[in-house]
Design a protein around this ligand. Sequence first.
Ligand code: CS2
Length: 484
Amino acid sequence: MERLSIRTAKSLAYHPALIDIGIVHLGVGAFHRAHMADYTDAVLRGGDRRWGIMGASLRSPDTRDALLPQDYLYTIAESDDAGERCRIISALRGVLVAPEDPQALIEAMCLPSVKIVSLTVTEKGYCHDPATGELNEQHPDIIHDLANPDRPRSVPGFLVAALKSRKARGLPPFTVLCCDNLPENGRTVAKVVARLARLNSTDLGRYVKDTVAFPATMVDRIVPATTDADRARIAASTGLTDAWPVVTEAYNNWVVEDDFPQGRPAWDATFVTDIKPFELMKLRLLNGAHSSMSYFGYLAGRETIADCMQDEALASYVAHLMHVEVTPTLMVPPGADIESYKQALLRRFRNPGLRHRTWQIAMDGSQKLPQRLLGTIRDRLVAGAPIDGLALGVAAWMRYVTGIDEKGQPIDVRDPLRDELRARADAAGRDAGKLATALLAVEKIFGRDLPANATFSTAVTRALDCLFSKGSRATYEHFRSTHS
Ligand code: CS2
């Protein structure tokens, strides 16, 4: 079978070599390729050729190595009840591997045609403190970038280096577009980048603050990691091999704050002035449910989210979380309908075409918990409302980061705070009270307020005690019998 490439692709709507580079994207993983690149591909197909994307990997060369031999074309496979459909995306004009040549990436970000630098580098890529949103100045990559500002390693470091160069060359700054699931993502990234710039020089700090736009976005598309089974199925369906296709759902949504001083593509997104209600709805409902389900599901031996939804008791816990505990904390976004969003979400979670592993979602919990569960918990505590389901989610995370599953087998916990969490868990042993206290004391996650709140710590301890004594499945089954 032939490999996908410009030569073998059957009908490309535009020739990739004829498009300009208008966007540099840092973190060119599956999510970006299935989401923003798809929106941008539609604009390019529509005839506006200014917005080709130069991708960059901050760590490994894998994506570049997979896509270069196929002219950076790749397949997007979308599934819903009607089955799976494949299309070719040609918006990507190249992939740079930052550690191989940091200067080449800075040069790409300094192209006069580049108006936007967009980001999907996961929560931990911003080197910030998840509880406060401030730059973590002790982060090894930040320490490195302060000492070597022209050969950065971190995302904030690359943004600052490129903005500094553009300023020196008399070029206007690009707009920084964060597409990660951070709370107030635009504002958070602005704060982190402005702080690092200021640590470089007062003048650069002021320049970033005064001239660079950081519009916030809400991104909503489920994109599990691609597997070899996906590669084989997609090749069979398209007749071409593709080393790194992306697999996703038919659903796709993007809400963007419309603040692009240098212009932007006419994406088919929803442009708004206030992102907050959209962000809360999505982070608390979709991601909050995802994280809670992934810890419980993993512990109960469920491999994917679709498998979790097959377990009626687990599905009913998730529905309770969404309807009873999360919904009252949301503001209704203009033009949106929270009820139908939830119904659609429960259907999306059940999509058997998506093998979205609980282990994948369980990753980096320390960076995810604050915006997915803890903000909701704070709002509920202020309102004097019950937090039983939310506390269960936090307790399941605690049980998970002990690193040992219910059969006594090791869990491959991936988290930037893994060693600290594990050391605290080891010292506490299987005593729910001690473990809850030890983990709640991680200020970077829980701040100072939550550990001091007796309602919260009691609820988490009780849930953790149940997880230790009865196991994950019995815990959510008990929850269903007491909350339906
Ligand atoms: C997931 C998200 O991996 C995770 O933590 O919750 O990647 C989720 O699929 C996306 O935010 C959906 O837009």
